[in-house]
Design a protein around this ligand. Structure first.
Ligand SMILES: Nc1ncnc2c1ncn2[C@@H]1O[C@H](COP(=O)(O)OP(=O)(O)OP(=O)(O)O)[C@@H](O)[C@H]1O
Length: 650
């Protein structure tokens, strides 16, 4: 049977901002234990050290007993000195063992967390793009980072608590040996102490989980709002007062939980100290009477009192152990949830390699596609939005029976209204998604049969909003081909018409492009992306032309760069420029998820269909502010407006 637990194994209040629960499957504990396997030697050492520590703890009171009964009472200074020295020696050994035990438990805890983290990162890296479009970045980062650190801390805590088991058993055995009466009284009193302690422990546990959730939630929000584009949107459209109120509300919640945690933590500490003092008073009271009655000697009384003081620490550790174990299991489950997400896009074991350096053809045969629903690709707990799931999301079909053939080395332009499915078609070519029915073929191979690495080498993509890492221009370019030489970098930049700009920068290729490459203009960023593409030298180019109005110089430069990029490659371009469309060997007019018209510019005009209609509409309403290509580029030198004015593309 499956058990559903909230994180930390505790109930949350109804107004909890994150109502998602984590499912703990039956086999989870066994699965957690498998992570111990590589560390089994360290675990054995850890147990050995724990046993030694426990033996030292019980040996010390016996030495004290001998010191008093055999030394002080019998006036034997030799015994006093010997026992004092042995006690000091054991204390020293205990200190060393405590350090060793801390080191080993740290190694085990960190080692297991490392294994889990690396496994999770590798898995998440393989998940399809649909997962990332669904997931809230900050929450995913929280899951892979902050929550794993918490899991590690709980895990190490659990290991330390496990040593308490050995300690309690040994201490109780010695207590019975010294005085069965005191041992019984102790056993009766322990629950009186434990009940309030467990209650306090639960409150602390619950608050810790709430604090973690609140921190993750605020982290996710900040990540979304404080990245360059989020900050830009918030500056342009934001409602500062309301946003600030939200930040204050969330920060206030973190503060309040923190204060209450601090108070409850102190309460636990005070309770522990109080119980230890009360127990000491009780032992000396009852034990003192027994000594007076001659039931046992003074040394035994001191030994019992010392033993009892060593009992409370391990018992409190043990009392929290079940909760801690539950938290550890749930923490691991949160990562297992991720690991169990099967990537929708998988590489076949017998995947084939595409031929290198030969431009292949691209074929869509009766392709239909709908975007995957949340249930298929992501986790509710990573979305933080439950609307779609509660409504039972149904994904509409975005492509229906699409057929076309792009001959090797030719240019196909995709045009059509916004939302028609143009980008979706390009996503299928780079296998960001698989079609639900039909086949996408490259060089005659079904894409599902092609190896990932081969496909990556073959298909190069330049999107409208080129993404650049926060790093130098050089590093951003080398990402496409780490082995590229300086000369090759420069040649690619020249081909992409960006070298003049880079050369004029004080740091040249070592200029940092800023978060998301924001310090560069749209046209510059796209030319840099084209340089990256040239370095990669793919045989298929998928390109989404910029819709933004570049200034005429930028526009002409991008067009020249594109000419270099597309030369003798199989190209699929979401075209917004008439110049690109005119040069295309084939134009596909996409409408309503299908190919509505196809042909060259002249053929489509002659057909007098949708393309012609929109084209003529365009000429009836010329867009005055359309960018004009540069004069010195005769092949681009036509007073052509952007195709989006024709009602195409978005
Ligand atoms: N990740 C996604 N998940 C679900 N639906 C999506 C996703 N991406 C796009 N869609 C939907 O698929 C349809 C086709 O979108 P697509 O981006 O392919 O259109 P497009 O022709 O490229 O439009 P535009 O010219 O505006 O970029 C749209 O209705 C869109 O809302």
């Amino acid at each position: 049977m499956d058990v559903v637990l909230r994180f930390g194994g505790v109930d949350k209040s109804d107004d909890d901002p994150d109502p998602w629960v984590t499912k703990v499957n039956k086999g989870t504990v066994r699965r957690v234990l498998t992570y111990f396997r590589p560390h089994i030697g360290k675990v054995a050492l850890f147990v050995l050290v724990a046993v030694l520590e426990a033996l030292i703890v019980v040996a010390t009171p016996l030495l004290l007993k001998e010191l008093i009964d055999g030394g002080i009472v019998k006036n034997d200074s030799g015994v006093v000195v010997l026992m004092a020295c042995l006690t000091a020696g054991l204390a020293l050994l205990a200190a060393v063992l405590a350090l060793v035990s801390g080191y080993i438990s740290g190694k085990i805890g960190e080692g297991i967390t490392y294994d889990l983290r690396v496994q999770a990162l590798d898995h998440v890296r393989r998940l399809p793009i649909a997962f990332f479009t669904r997931t809230q970045t900050g929450v995913l980062v929280g899951r892979l980072h902050t929550e794993l650190i918490m899991a590690q801390q709980h895990f190490t805590g659990l290991l330390m608590a496990a040593t308490g088991v050995v300690m309690v058993v040994v201490v109780l055995a010695e207590l019975i040996y010294l005085s069965w009466l005191v041992a019984i009284i102790t056993l009766v009193l322990i629950p009186l102490f434990l009940v309030p302690w467990i209650r306090v422990g639960r409150v602390i546990q619950r608050r810790s989980v709430a604090l973690m959730d609140a921190n993750t939630g605020l982290g996710g929000l900040l990540q979304e709002r404080f990245n360059v584009q989020g900050a830009m949107l918030s500056k342009l459209f934001g409602r500062p007062a309301e946003e600030m109120a939200e930040y204050e509300k969330r920060s206030g919640r973190i503060r309040d939980i923190g204060v209450s945690l601090s108070v409850w933590g102190r309460t636990a500490f005070v309770m522990m100290a109080l119980m230890a003092s009360l127990a000491t008073a009780l032992v000396y009271g009852i034990g003192g009477e027994l000594v007076l009655a001659g039931a046992f000697q003074l040394g035994t009384l001191v030994a019992i009192a010392t033993l009892l003081s060593r009992l409370f620490g391990p018992i409190t550790q043990l009392s929290g152990m079940q909760e801690l174990a539950q938290t550890v299991v749930v923490s691991f489950s949160r990562v297992f949830e991720l690991l169990d997400l099967k990537p929708l896009i998988q590489e076949r074991p017998d995947a084939v390699e595409l031929e290198k350096d030969v431009a292949p053809d691209v074929e869509f045969e009766n392709v239909s596609f709908r975007y995957p629903t949340a249930d298929e690709v992501s986790l509710a707990s990573l979305e933080h939005l439950k609307g779609e799931r509660e409504r039972g999301e149904v994904a509409p079909e975005v492509l229906r029976g699409v057929n076309f053939h792009v001959r090797a080395g030719t240019l196909t332009a995709l045009v059509g209204p916004s939302g028609a499915g143009k980008s979706t078609i390009t996503h299928l070519v780079s296998r960001l998604y698989d079609p639900n029915s039909g086949t996408v073929r490259v060089g005659g191979h079904d894409l599902r049969d092609v190896s990932f690495s081969s496909l990556r080498e073959t298909v190069g993509v330049v999107s409208q909003d080129a993404y650049l890492f926060h790093n130098t221009i050089r590093e951003n370019l080398l990402y496409a081909r780490p082995s590229a030489t300086e000369d090759e970098l420069i040649e690619a930049c020249r081909g992409a018409q960006i070298w003049d700009l880079i050369e004029s920068l004080p740091l040249g290729l070592d200029t940092v492009t800023g978060d998301r490459g924001y310090r560069m203009s749209g046209g510059e960023k796209q030319r840099l992306a084209i340089a990256r593409l040239l370095l990669k030298a793919p045989t298929i180019v998928v390109l989404d032309e910029a819709t933004a109005h570049l200034d005429s110089e930028s526009e002409a430069a991008v067009q020249r760069a594109l000419k270099t990029a597309l030369r003798s490659r199989t190209s699929l371009v979401i075209a917004h420029r008439l110049s690109t469309i005119r040069e295309a060997d084939q134009i596909l007019v996409i409408d309503g998820g299908g190919v509505r018209e196809r042909g060259t510019h002249d053929e489509l005009l002659a057909q007098g269909g949708l393309y012609a209609e929109l084209y003529h509409t365009q000429f009836a309403n010329p867009a005055n502010d359309a960018p004009k290509p540069e004069r010195e580029e005769p092949e681009l030198d036509e007073p052509e407006p952007a195709i989006q004015y024709m009602g195409f593309g978005g």
